[in-house]
Design a protein. Structure first.
Length: 273
């Protein structure tokens, strides 16, 4: 059996080989990895904080108020910011009137003055009929309405004006000729619900329209421009009283003269009844 020879004089004994030197390199590697993760985490946190600040500044610039940032876990983001509704200003009548051009205001005032002057003239002219309630006059800011009982103007079942009625309407027509050109005069005829079937008037439509045309033609002959005149017939429709008694049916047999001033807001006259 052989034995290792003892070291000679003056030689140090050899150390056994170190097989654990790899541990140092492994520890260095772990240290580097740890440092890398620390740097990445710090960078991520800093960027997130910077992103939150930038998002808050953008929303503040758009909405005028700081944003609400979601600080809960999970996917972080900026919560939607709903701007408060802007209350609408209520415009007072005085403010609305202030926007009306001065020229338009003068035009409206002139039209109202013309209609009021005509109303006074017709009230004096038709005073006897107003007293007996055979004629009525209604005034609105841009409209003047004259309602006449058909019995004052026509014999039953006819569309020919009675001589006294024609003379009276000639005086009305003379007043209408003094209105400025933009004014319009619409004559409307109405009947009761009693049927009519004659050669001249096969229906109440025909009778009511013919009566309106008779008045329009008279006004046209007095000098009222034809472009300002219109005739409408409504027959037994649009009654003002039930057709159950003679008195009520007499109220429904009527002729209405509607005088319209032009509507400045529309730039034209309103021809509706």
């Amino acid at each position: 059996m052989s034995h290792a020879a003892p070291p000679g004089p003056g030689k140090k004994p050899e150390k056994p080989p170190n097989h654990e030197r790899w541990v140092i390199s492994y520890a260095d590697l772990l240290t580097l990895l740890l440092a890398t993760f620390v740097v990445l985490y710090a960078s991520s946190t800093r960027n997130k904080h910077k992103l939150d600040q930038e998002a808050a500044s953008f929303i503040k610039a758009f909405h005028g108020a700081p944003s609400i940032v979601d600080k809960s876990g999970g996917s972080r983001g900026v919560m939607s910011h709903q701007p408060k509704p802007i209350p609408q200003r209520q415009e007072t009548p005085a403010a609305a009137n202030a926007k009306i051009p001065r020229q338009l205001t003068h035009q409206i005032a002139a039209e109202i003055q013309s209609l009021d002057k005509l109303r006074l003239q017709l009230t004096a002219l038709l005073h006897p009929q107003l007293e007996t309630h055979q004629v009525s006059i209604q005034s609105q800011p841009l409209t003047l309405t004259i309602q006449l009982d058909a019995s004052v103007l026509f014999a039953s079942g006819t569309a020919a004006l009675k001589p006294p009625a024609a003379q009276l309407l000639h005086q009305v027509g003379a007043s209408l000729t003094k209105l400025p050109a933009p004014f319009t005069i619409v004559v409307q005829g109405y009947t009761d619900n009693q049927p009519i079937a004659t050669a001249a008037f096969p229906s109440n439509w025909a009778l009511s329209a013919a009566r309106a045309v008779s008045v329009v033609q008279l006004f046209g002959g007095d000098g009222v421009p034809g472009a300002q005149l219109a005739a409408e017939g409504f027959g037994e429709f649009r009654s003002v009283a039930p057709n159950d008694t003679d008195a009520h049916r007499a109220q429904n047999r009527r002729v209405v003269v509607v005088i319209h001033a032009p509507d400045p807001a529309l730039g034209e006259a309103d021809h509706g009844p």
